[in-house]
Ligand binder design. Structure first.
Ligand code: AMP
Length: 285
């Protein structure tokens, strides 16, 4: 499976990409991560990218296309990959199309995570606070000023990709404001609908990725289907009972009515007969 995750900074692409990696056993190719590693290692690419990244600008297309082209060739990317943060411009998307065509590879889907821009700033602030709490190094470009610039470059250079992929019938848009779990489930449903994953394959890989928990929650979850089945059976029983009860009651009612009617009739008939007898007797006299 080969997919692209599209969305502004802070939309949750990285988080979702990691979850997809665990679930489907494919690799995450994040140009941002690769560039940060290059900067840390002080490679020629890193030296080129350092300033641009710190200011929130975009690294030249040929640099990132080169990185991705090499990375796709690696053995671990053979069974599939998630592109996170690439492509970011229309020329990068065109270069990717060319690259995949040359390698006889097909792109399964482009998933856009649509988010409310005003929420992004607070999301990034939370992320930074959490990283600080854990004692992790905070990214240089995770500041409100740089984020504003990164958002602007997303709007002007990356957003046109939404049109690019929707024209090619590759785009699926998902509400990125939902909880992490809900977004993951929505992506999964979309991939199923597109035929990018098979239901059975998924069930197996999901079980592998997240083996049943032994704790209470796990037990509860495991017991749930059985409970539901029991409940189902109970309600079927109830329904059958009432279905059987219905006609019985009706029959009882009906027979009661008939008896009453018959009795009334008999009483009436009897009274009539008695009256007739009395009249006859009187006439005789
Ligand atoms: P990210 O981790 O995806 O937010 O990327 C961090 C920074 O790396 C971006 O702000 C850019 O400066 C640079 N970068 C990452 N991916 C690309 C790309 N596809 N094209 C250009 N610059 C990129």
């Amino acid at each position: 499976m080969r997919i692209i995750l599209l969305g502004p900074p802070g939309s949750g692409k990285g988080t979702q990409a990691q979850l997809l990696v665990q679930r489907y056993g494919i690799v995450q190719l994040s140009t941002g991560e690769m560039l940060r590693a290059a900067v840390a290692a002080g490679t020629p690419v890193g030296l080129k990218a350092k300033e641009i990244m710190a200011s929130g600008g975009l690294v030249p297309d040929d640099v990132v296309v080169g990185i991705i082209s090499d990375r796709i060739e690696q053995p671990d990317a053979k069974s599939g990959f998630i592109l996170d943060g690439f492509p970011r411009t229309v020329p990068q998307a065109e270069a990717l199309d060319e690259l995949l065509k040359r390698k006889h590879l097909k792109l399964d889907a482009v998933i856009e995570l649509r988010v409310n821009e005003s929420a992004l700033l607070s999301r990034v602030e939370t992320r930074v606070a959490q990283m600080r709490e854990r004692g992790e190094e905070v990214r240089l470009d995770d500041t409100p000023e740089v984020l504003t610039k990164r958002l602007a470059s997303y709007r002007s250079q990356t957003e046109p990709l939404i049109h690019y992929y929707s024209e090619r019938r590759k785009l699926s848009t998902i509400d990125g404001m939902m909880t992490i779990d809900e977004v993951t489930r929505a992506i999964h449903r979309q991939l199923l609908a597109l035929g990018a994953i098979e239901p059975k394959t998924h069930a197996r890989s999901a079980a592998k990725a997240a083996p049943a928990k032994k704790g209470k929650a796990g037990k509860k979850a495991a017991a749930r289907p059985a409970k539901t089945a029991k409940k189902g059976a109970k309600s079927v029983k109830k329904a059958t009972k009432s279905a059987v009860k219905g006609p019985k009651k009706a029959a009882k009612k009906a027979s009661k009515k008939t008896v009453k009617k018959a009795a009334k009739k008999t009483v009436k008939k009897g009274a009539k007969k008695a009256a007739k007898k009395v009249t006859k007797k009187r006439a005789k006299r």
